[in-house]
Design a protein around this ligand. Structure first.
Ligand SMILES: Nc1ncnc2c1ncn2[C@@H]1O[C@H](COP(=O)(O)OP(=O)(O)O)[C@@H](O)[C@H]1O
Ligand SMILES: [Mg+2]
Length: 235
């Protein structure tokens, strides 16, 4: 479905991604593991069109998307839930969800997707008239995910969805990620919580200072000493 081929991404003179390659097959949950500053968010931004790779190629459903405008990429079926949620605080839950569908004009489909999102996140239905800035962190994460789903993505990019949430909410969010995947959405998940991420992922990539240093099935990486020592608490 997605093939990232040897991309280099820079911030000014600083090279944040150094020849990164990765593949995602339709239907998979793929997770990206790495320390703070490794380049995980940069990779998601390059895929969703927020950053343009200087070299390399990104193919999505056999079409090049590298350097295309973010709006075009959303239309083609890739939605990005950025780190830190970024919901519009002064708009209601419902208005934020509507915004997620702003590139669509299939009214019936949009109505169906509202129902799906409210089914997935009953909390959002209860709070649909509430200003988003007044939601808890977990509810804002749900809203950010719901908003991305309103674009009806085939590939969903999630950047640290569990950050700052209580253990109970982390479990809820991970369960919902699995549910979204089961309904046919392919997922690229960035997580600091490598244990949880590997528990739901099919495959994983480990990224260190802008390079992929290891990849394999989730089971393989779970069993790797290198991964256990560096990312799974060394057990
Ligand atoms: N807007 C920016 N300007 C300059 N450097 C940046 C910017 N964003 C990220 N970086 C740098 O790029 C590298 C990768 O960052 P990032 O992709 O955010 O890492 P991660 O998401 O894995 O924590 C880091 O060294 C970071 O300091
Ligand atoms: Mg990040």
């Amino acid at each position: 479905m997605l093939k990232v081929d040897e991309i280099n991404v820079y911030y000014g003179n600083i090279q944040a991604l150094k020849g990164v390659s990765l593949e995602i097959n339709q239907g998979e949950i793929v997770t990206l593991i790495g320390a703070n500053g490794a380049g995980k968010s940069t990779l998601l931004k390059a895929i969703s069109g927020l950053l343009k790779p200087k070299q390399g190629e990104i193919m999505y459903l056999n079409q090049s998307i590298a350097g295309k405008p973010a709006q075009t990429i959303v239309k083609q079926g890739i939605s990005h839930v950025p780190e830190g949620r970024r919901v519009f605080a002064n708009m209601t839950v419902e208005e934020n969800l509507e915004l997620g569908a702003f590139l669509r004009n299939d009214k019936d489909g949009i109505r169906q997707d509202f129902e799906k999102v409210y089914e997935l996140f009953p909390r959002l239905l209860e709070r649909r008239k509430q200003l988003s800035g007044t939601l808890s962190g977990g509810e804002q994460q749900m809203l950010a995910m719901g908003r991305a789903l309103m674009a009806r993505p085939r590939l969903l990019l999630l950047d640290e969805p569990s950050m700052g949430l209580s253990p109970l909410l982390v479990k809820t969010i991970f369960r919902i990620i699995e549910e979204i995947n089961e309904t046919g959405t392919t997922i690229l998940l960035v997580e600091q919580n490598a244990n949880m991420a590997l528990s739901i992922a099919d495959r994983a990539y480990v990224i260190e200072t802008g390079r992929v240093v290891l990849s394999g099935t989730a089971d393989e990486l779970n069993a790797s000493d290198q991964v256990r020592m560096a990312y799974l608490g060394g057990h």
